[in-house]
Ligand binder design. Structure first.
Ligand code: SAH
Length: 233
C-alpha cells in the first residue's frame, strides 16, 4: 500500500478499514448530484475536503452520511447536501472575499477557502473556534482567518464582503450583515423560527436588497444581539 492509501484507510470500529475517498465519491454521486448540485467547482471541493477530519473521532465512520452530526457544545456540522446547497447558492468564482458566521467544525470554512479568495469566519464558542483554527492550519488552508465573537454584528474590520454565509438559523437578517455586503454581493442565510427555517439567498444591487427562499432547513440557532437570546438553563 502506498503511504497515501495508508493514510486514507484508518481502522474502523469493527477493526476493518474505511476508504474515505470512496465514501466522498459516493456522497457526491448519491447525495449531491441527484438533488441538483451541478456546479463543477462545488462538486470538486466536496470531493477534496476530508470531512472525516472535522467530526469527533467516535463519529468518523458516519462523516459522509446524509445527516448532520454533533460536534460538541450542543452544535452540529451540517448535512453534506445542505453545505453543498449553501455553497452553490454563493456562486463562487475564486476571487471573493467571504464572511462566514458560525465556524463550527470548520468543514464549511475549508470548502469556502477552496472556492473563494479569502475567508473570514466568526464563531461565538471559543473552544470550537480554537479547534477549527488549529485543524485548518494543519491541513494547509492559509487563506482563512478565524475570530471569536458575535457574528450577528458581522466583522466590520474587513467589510465589505462579496459573499456572506450564515450557518446558524436567524430570526431575521441581521442589519449589520446587509450593511457589510458589497454591491453585487450575495448572502446565504437560514431565516425562520427556532425549529425550522427557509434558506434565503439575498442579493445587493444598486444598493437595494432582494431575497428569495430556496429550501426548508433546520439549523442550530444564531445567538446574539441580532439573533436569538441564549437559553438560560
Ligand atoms: N458550518 C459549520 C456548522 C456550524 S453550526 C460546520 O460546517 O461545522 C453553527 C455554528 O454557529 C455553531 O458552532 C454556533 O456556535 C455558531 N453560532 C451561533 N450563533 C453565532 C453567532 N452569533 N456568531 C458566531 N457564531 C455563532
Amino acid at each position: 500500500m502506498t503511504p497515501t492509501a495508508f493514510m486514507l484507510k484508518l481502522k474502523t470500529r469493527g477493526g476493518g478499514e474505511v476508504d474515505y475517498k470512496k465514501l466522498r465519491e459516493e456522497m457526491v454521486k448519491r447525495q449531491l448530484i441527484p438533488r441538483g448540485i451541478n456546479d463543477r467547482r462545488v462538486l470538486d471541493a466536496f470531493l477534496r475536503v476530508e470531512r472525516e477530519k472535522f467530526v469527533p473521532s467516535s463519529l468518523r465512520e458516519d462523516a459522509y452520511k446524509d445527516f448532520p452530526l454533533s460536534i460538541g457544545e450542543g452544535q452540529t456540522i451540517s448535512q453534506p447536501y445542505m453545505a453543498a446547497l449553501m455553497t452553490q447558492c454563493l456562486n463562487l468564482r475564486g476571487e471573493e472575499k467571504i464572511l462566514e458566521i458560525g465556524t463550527g467544525s470548520g468543514y464549511q470554512t475549508a470548502i469556502l477557502a477552496l472556492l473563494g479568495w479569502q475567508v473570514y469566519s466568526v464563531e461565538r464558542i471559543p473552544s470550537l473556534a480554537e479547534k477549527a483554527k488549529k485543524l485548518l492550519k494543519k491541513m494547509g488552508y492559509d487563506n482563512v482567518k478565524i475570530f471569536v465573537g458575535n457574528g450577528t454584528v458581522g466583522l466590520e474590520q474587513y467589510a465589505p464582503y462579496d459573499r456572506i454565509l450564515v450557518t446558524a438559523g436567524a430570526k431575521d437578517i441581521p442589519p449589520p450583515l446587509i450593511q457589510q455586503l458589497a454591491e453585487e454581493g450575495i448572502m446565504v442565510i437560514p431565516v425562520g423560527n427556532a425549529y425550522s427555517q427557509e434558506l434565503m439567498v439575498v442579493k445587493k444591487k444598486d444598493g437595494k436588497i432582494s431575497s428569495k427562499g430556496v429550501e426548508r432547513c433546520v439549523f442550530v440557532p444564531l445567538i446574539g444581539q441580532y439573533g436569538w437570546e441564549e437559553k438560560i438553563e
